[in-house]
Design a protein around this ligand. Structure first.
Ligand code: MRU
Length: 327
């Protein structure tokens, strides 16, 4: 699929991003020229999705340095924007390693180069995820392939191609007939972003309430599930948008393969298991106005044992074999 729009692009000494808070109603781009603007865009989810958050943060460092802001301060400020997606910390650590010994104009120029390299690597990794995921889809016994996904892990959530949707786009290009179940993702409705993406691409899809997933699986109307990830622990336990775990449980109960699609940059090799993954708690107002007591965790953790495989740019890996990947 030729992706219709870009999620980010450089514009002189600024970064321009597609403002996802306006979608699906309006396509609008916003110019980020300062560290504060980049950090705010991540915090309020103008950009969202783990890989895109990481790339935007890398550019945020370049914006900070060109205004004379100290590298450590920039990294601290960007790190604090969202806690769960490890691509944020991964990208910032990569920036720190590359830039720590540099000064002056060389520092700023190298920061832009490194941010660009991170963005380019994400594009290439997701394209490879699409190819490996396509091999799985080709092995499905019948057409159309009825795939369920959750939240938005399409091109909107990455620099390009998407993760969970990359195999869907590759399948379309290969002429495989696909039908995608898209769950709405309470409370932020990122499923509407997925429906919008698939509509742009002309791929058959149906929006469902999150709680409809179990019924559809029980009725035999789902062939496989592919979702993205915000952080994968070293043992394969995987954090993704709240509601993912329930889908994995229902998929196991009905013998449906449940896959994660994510680049290696989403694996936190320093995090031994899912109990150590920080879970973002979001504002009560997203669920209820007024004085209702609210708990609003934005992510959950799916145990490795429920995952049929992790589709990475290096191939499809068993969740308990992540140690074999090249970092
Ligand atoms: O809160 P969000 O919308 O940033 O959460 C996004 C997800 O949970 C995605 O599934 C994940 O980041 C992978 S995006 C390729």
């Amino acid at each position: 699929m030729a992706q219709p729009l870009c999620t980010l692009r450089e514009d002189g000494d600024a970064l321009v991003v597609l403002d996802q808070t306006c979608l699906p109603g309006e396509v609008s781009y916003v110019r980020l020229a300062t560290l504060e603007q980049a950090a705010d865009a991540i915090r309020v989810m103008r950009v969202r999705g783990a890989p895109l958050i990481g790339a935007t943060a890398a550019y945020g460092v370049a914006l900070a340095l060109q205004h004379g802001i100290d590298l450590a301060r920039a990294i601290d400020q960007l790190t604090s924007t969202r806690p769960t997606a490890v691509n944020l910390r991964w990208a910032l650590e990569r920036m720190r390693r590359r830039l720590a010994a540099l000064t002056g104009p060389q520092l700023v120029a190298t920061a832009w180069q490194e941010a660009r390299a991170i963005a380019d690597a994400d594009r290439a990794a997701n394209q490879a995820i699409g190819r490996h995921g396509l091999d799985l889809l080709r092995a499905m016994p019948s057409l159309p392939i009825r795939l369920m996904t959750h939240c938005n892990a399409g091109w909107l959530a990455t620099v390009a191609h998407g993760t969970a949707l990359a195999p869907v786009y590759a399948a379309q290009a290969a002429g495989l007939d696909m039908q995608v179940w898209v769950s709405e993702t309470r409370p932020r409705n990122q499923g509407l972003l997925t429906a919008w993406e698939l509509a742009q691409a002309g791929i058959a899809h149906t929006l469902i309430a999150d709680n409809a997933a179990g019924l559809l699986m029980m009725q035999g109307r789902v062939d496989l599930v592919i979702v993205g990830a915000d952080r994968i622990a070293a043992n394969g336990d995987t954090a993704n948008k709240i509601g993912t775990y329930l889908k994995a449980l229902a998929a196991r109960a009905h013998g449906i393969p449940f896959y994660i699609a994510a680049p290696v940059s989403t694996i936190d090799f320093d995090c031994p298991d899912g109990s150590r993954i920080p879970i973002e708690e979001r504002a009560a107002a997203e669920l209820a106005a007024g004085a209702v007591p609210v708990a609003n965790p934005a992510f959950d953790v799916t145990p490795a044992g429920l995952i049929a495989g992790i589709i990475t740019e290096q191939g499809v890996i068993a969740a308990d074999r992540l140690g074999t990947l090249r970092r």
